[in-house]
Design a protein around this ligand. Structure first.
Ligand code: ATP
Ligand code: MG
Length: 271
């Protein structure tokens, strides 16, 4: 059994990759999968904060790559789910601390430990860290916001995914690309301030695997170290649950694409 490697990547920074990595990894663990989520953002670690395990980081990804700790020592077991583990990024090392061989060794180690999925949270940009995060991937979740600059930059990432990865170099089956639209705000789409789902799909030529609405619950979840997928009352959390189901092959309709009716009279009488 080999682990399926999923990279969560984007062209533009700050679009919701770490938020997405935390929720997808948690959602896969809820489905009974053994999952490791790795923070590739050397120097700017924050996945551990969003997963709520920052105080338990002793060893990190770079320590394992450099042989200063074993994988077992560095993997932090999630306090909520038995089969979920976090590998934190180093806060202090320089950006060149990761090497292709080192990353490969860690991914192989995780496969040997019986992990079903490894979720790689990519850093922003198209520099070395982002390249290493995608290089060994079987699946790519390309996170995009409904705005022109984000969509334009995603196009570059889609190009890199089909040319600069191990699968591409070895002529194997291409990485499976999944487009995830996040911070979707139907009210702003309605007035033409944001691109619609269809606009984004048309521009990029692939269909979305999920649409995560803009939600203040996301920040609240991050601040309390609980991935938003565990906030079952939030639309963002529910949309991530749907996305995990789709990644596992289930068909589910998109939700939360319409403007929410606000106010008592509108709720009671419609309109
Ligand atoms: N669906 C959402 N609704 C509201 N805010 C969101 C949503 N998704 C992400 N955010 C917010 O957007 C900001 C950036 O999110 P996040 O850190 O996940 O992005 P990133 O792509 O990992 O950033 P970077 O490129 O710097 O690593 C955070 O403040 C996060 O709370
Ligand atoms: Mg991030």
């Amino acid at each position: 059994m080999t682990a399926e490697i999923i990279v969560v990547t984007s062209g533009k920074g700050g679009v919701g990759k770490t938020t997405t990595s935390a929720s997808l990894a948690t959602g896969l663990a809820i489905q009974g999968k053994k999952v490791a989520v790795i923070d590739f953002d050397v120097g700017l670690r924050n996945l551990d904060l969003i997963m709520g395990c920052e105080r338990r980081v002793v060893y990190d990804f770079v320590n394992v790559v450099h042989g200063e700790a074993t994988l077992k020592q560095a993997l932090i077991k999630d306090k909520r789910y038995e089969t979920l583990y976090v590998l934190a990024a180093s806060q202090t090392r320089d950006k060149d601390a990761l090497t292709q061989e080192g990353v490969e060794k860690v991914l192989q180690g995780l496969s040997e430990e019986g992990f079903d999925y490894v979720v790689c949270d990519s850093p922003a940009g198209i520099e070395k860290g982002a390249h290493l995060a995608m290089y060994f991937a079987d699946h790519a979740v390309v996170v995009v916001n409904p705005e022109v600059s984000s969509v334009r930059d995603s196009d570059r990432i889609l190009g890199l995914l089909s040319s600069k990865t191990r699968r591409a170099e070895k002529g194997e089956d291409a990485i499976k690309q999944h487009l995830l639209l996040t911070r979707y705000n139907p009210a702003r789409v309605a007035v033409g301030e944001m691109l619609s789902v269809k606009d984004v799909e048309d521009i990029l030529g692939i269909s979305v695997v999920g649409v995560i609405p803009e939600s203040e619950n996301v920040l609240a979840a991050s601040n309390s170290g609980v991935p938003v997928i565990l906030d079952e009352t939030s639309h963002a959390g529910q949309a991530y649950t749907d996305t995990v189901a789709r990644l596992l092959g289930e068909e589910r309709p998109l939700r939360f694409l319409e403007v929410q009716k606000k106010g008592f009279f509108q709720r009671v009488f419609g309109g």
